[in-house]
Design a protein around this ligand. Structure first.
Ligand code: F6P
Length: 533
């Protein structure tokens, strides 16, 4: 039994929010809001495990949040959350439970605890044998996987660089484009390399093609002992065995691909940071799970973030959100979040298959600060679209270059300040503009140098980027995506949208080889002919 749900647009709170938006939301001005309420920053600062969030630079007031919480209550968010945590098959289109939270529950406390901790113990014991590099001889670890079997480890390993084994190098191969694997293999010694074939299904075209290429390279370059140099992380243990892999760490169909870094798919992370730190990553995520499960919605950070996402998407009409982690280690976080949010909530029908009359997943994109400032921040400040920005600031670095870190933090604060405050034309008029053309009159120059301001942002603050805080941060994002998906009444846990391209690719493969364009549309036929031979 999946829990009953009420779609957001069929609630009283939705109508109330519509009225509130027309009366107060459309013209809401952050600068006025701060001037009116000196306590605004304190009132809209939310403490969650390992993460503090300053929500005060968002286009909300206490009434907005109150109505959004009403909306969540009417939609049955808490019941849906509890159903997920209880292992009900909330992924109704696939008839599956959604239990990534069970993967990080302490021993004896979560569902399937014996199975989860059995695999975890075995995997972490194996990890320590590989990390004993003098004995194992391993120097390079190559994770071959794509989507959820790649993006989590690829994000977490550099994020936790300060904790990574100094003698191990990590490589991530995902693309079926040979330009991905070839440069990696070129630099490797088979005797010192461990390949992880990571695939929930063990059928994904890209991963299987790269796995075969890796094994062929291994054999051709004198590699022996395939059993030692290839391991698999999969729910399809049988297929891994058929591939010839004898060391396999399994997981279960109730772990979605994009929610799987906590399972055996996290093997590269565990190899990088070791057993104790991997357990700390899980423990950090569990603290956020408890927060999401128990804290009232008005102080529940994942819920509040998800509610503000709905406010922006469906009332303000914002179509994207930019993520700016001011920590270079989080350079792959935006890509990770793209799958998490857009594969989960990029849906156009509700749970009953009815077309939705409102927008769902925003486009999620970004780059680490300060790099983004020198690329697309121009558009965030002065473009015609309003794009909420999410800043992630880390108080304490793991390096000793204090001067650089101070500059980094000053940049982070300055950007959210600039987005909000803007610069009126009157101010631009009285400022010197030494690089402006002298051919132009001062009014024209001032108009170009005007910033509208009132552009919203959230700043998330971590004390330090550790396995524990990273675990909490990622779990925060997972539950935030759950929240908006629950309100939109969609299934956030399937991904039918990837099927059609896969099927058409299988049709085109033999056509590319043989040249048959019968029945193809004119464009595809023309391109296929041009690309052949
Ligand atoms: O892109 C679709 C998808 O199914 C993702 O959801 C998943 O993370 C990815 O492919 C990889 O799948 P697998 O782990 O089965 O190889």
């Amino acid at each position: 039994m999946t829990p009953s749900f009420t779609r957001c647009d069929r609630t009283e709170a939705w109508a109330t929010l519509r009225g509130h938006y027309e009366a107060h939301g459309r013209e809401f001005d952050l600068r006025d809001a701060f001037a009116r309420d000196p306590q605004r920053a304190a009132a809209l600062g939310v403490e969650a495990p390992e993460v503090f969030a300053d929500l005060s630079k968002n286009l909300v007031d206490t009434a907005t949040l109150h109505f959004l919480v009403d909306l969540a209550t009417e939609c049955g968010l808490e019941g849906r959350r509890d159903a997920m945590l209880a292992g009900q098959p909330i992924n109704a289109t696939e008839g599956r439970a959604v239990l990534h939270t069970a993967l990080r529950a302490p021993r004896g406390q979560g569902l399937f605890s014996d199975e989860v901790h059995g695999v975890l113990d075995a995997m972490l014991a194996y990890v320590e044998t590989v990390r004993d590099t003098a004995a194992s001889g391993i120097r390079d670890v190559v994770n071959i996987g794509i989507g959820g079997s790649d993006l989590g480890p690829q994000m977490a390993v550099p994020a936790l660089d300060a904790f990574v084994h100094p003698k191990l190098n990590f490589h991530f191969v995902s693309n079926v484009d040979g330009h991905d694997i070839v440069p990696v293999l070129r630099r490797l010694d088979p005797a010192k390399t461990l390949f992880i074939i990571a695939s929930k299904t063990f059928t994904t075209q890209e991963t299987m093609a790269n796995a075969h290429a890796a094994r062929a390279w291994f054999v051709a370059n004198g590699g022996t002992d395939t059993a030692k140099h290839f391991v698999a992380t999969t729910t399809n243990v049988k297929a891994a065995a058929e591939f010839g892999i004898t060391t396999t760490f399994g997981f279960w169909d109730w772990v979605g691909g994009r929610y799987s870094l906590w399972s055996a798919i996290g093997l590269p992370i565990a190899l990088a940071i070791g057993a104790d730190h991997f357990r700390a990553l899980l423990a950090g995520a569990h603290t956020m799970d408890r927060h999401f499960a128990t804290v009232p919605l008005k102080q529940n950070l994942p819920a509040l973030l998800g509610l503000i996402d709905v406010w922006y998407r469906n009332f303000h009409g914002f179509t994207s959100r930019s993520v700016a982690p001011y920590h270079q280690g989080l350079k792959r976080l935006p890509a990770y979040l793209q799958q998490l949010e857009m594969e989960s909530n990029g849906k156009r029908v509700d749970q009953d298959g009815e077309p939705l009359p409102y927008g769902t997943s925003p486009v999620v994109w970004g780059e680490p600060g300060t790099n983004g400032q020198h690329a697309y921040f121009q558009m965030l400040h002065q473009g015609t679209d309003t794009i909420p920005v999410e800043f992630i600031a880390v108080k304490r670095p793991t390096h000793t270059l204090a001067d650089l870190h101070t500059k980094l933090l000053a940049n982070c604060l300055a950007q959210s300040q600039a987005l909000m405050l803007g610069k009126p034309t009157e101010q631009a008029l009285v400022e010197k503009a030494p690089t402006a053309s002298r051919e132009l009159d001062t009014q024209t120059v001032a108009r170009h140098r005007t910033f509208p301001g009132n552009r919203p942002s959230t700043t998330l603050v971590l004390d330090q980027l550790t396995p524990r805080s990273l675990g909490a941060l990622i779990a925060l994002y997972e539950h935030r995506v759950f929240t908006s998906g629950a309100l939109w009444g969609i299934n956030s846990f399937d991904q039918w949208g990837v099927e059609l391209g896969k099927a058409l690719c299988n049709d085109l493969l033999p056509r590319l080889a043989g040249g048959d364009t019968t029945g193809l549309d004119g464009s595809t036929a023309g391109l296929l002919t041009r690309l052949r031979g």
